[in-house]
Design a protein around this ligand. Structure first.
Ligand SMILES: [Zn+2]
Ligand SMILES: [Zn+2]
Length: 227
């Protein structure tokens, strides 16, 4: 355990859900997270990439550049030592190309799924110097930080669990859409068997805190009163 791990949220974009989307018209947010550990800074998800005609027309995103988001947390691009993607949809991997030569952890199933047409913005995933570390299932990547197989939203979605001084923190990514959904107070965005299984495995960890990719709200477990 490395209780000196810290999780720093980066609010990377706001956007509007397009006409075809079930959340049509609603505003959305995109988060990435820095996990500071004794051995470096892992960036979990990299937001929406550079200007892109279709994505910009469709989602009207207002991006916060990665370097500015990092600077607000007292960090620079150079402080990032590794990247992990919850999955490879455009709003989670758009900034990967800012990190040539750094290890980028992704599930094998996700890497394969992302080769399908229209899955993502191909050049945001495959860029010169990209160093994907393809993993399979649950893997510890140092300082007690674990990648967790939470397939469902996509075939190779992964979440992250981080031991911290105040208990276990989970970065759910897009495996559970919101804090309200985590608490069972909102209808799940999707509830295939895989979605349900992944959501249940995150809840079973009984984390002290859970962050989400697309929610400003954070889940905090009520402090236990002890005995
Ligand atoms: Zn997605
Ligand atoms: Zn997403």
């Amino acid at each position: 355990m490395s209780p000196s791990n810290r999780v720093l949220p980066l609010r990377l974009a706001e956007f509007r859900y397009p006409t075809e989307h079930p959340r049509h018209g609603a505003a959305g947010v995109v988060y990435g997270y820095v996990v500071r550990s004794p051995h470096g800074c892992l960036l979990f998800d990299t937001g929406i990439g550079p200007p892109h005609p279709e994505i910009d027309a469709y989602y009207a995103p207002r991006r916060v550049p990665l370097d500015r988001a990092l600077r607000d947390q007292g960090l620079g691009l150079d402080d990032v030592t590794a990247v992990a993607n919850s999955h490879l949809h455009f709003d989670h991997c758009g900034g990967n190309a800012r990190f040539p030569g750094l290890p980028i952890y992704v599930q094998r199933r996700e890497r394969e799924a992302a080769r399908a047409p229209n899955y993502t913005v191909r050049e945001w995933v495959d860029f010169p110097g990209a160093d994907y570390r393809v993993v399979e299932g649950d893997v510890e990547i140092g300082d007690g930080i674990r990648l967790l197989d939470t397939r469902g939203h996509t075939p190779g979605h992964q979440s992250l669990s981080v031991p911290t001084e105040s208990g276990l923190t989970v970065l759910a990514g897009h495996a559970i859409f919101s804090a309200a959904e985590y608490r069972g107070r909102a209808v799940p965005e999707s509830s295939t068997d895989e979605d349900r299984r992944s959501a249940e495995r995150l809840r079973a960890l009984d984390p002290a805190r859970v962050y989400f990719s697309h929610d400003d709200d954070v889940y905090d477990r009520a402090p236990s009163r002890g005995r």
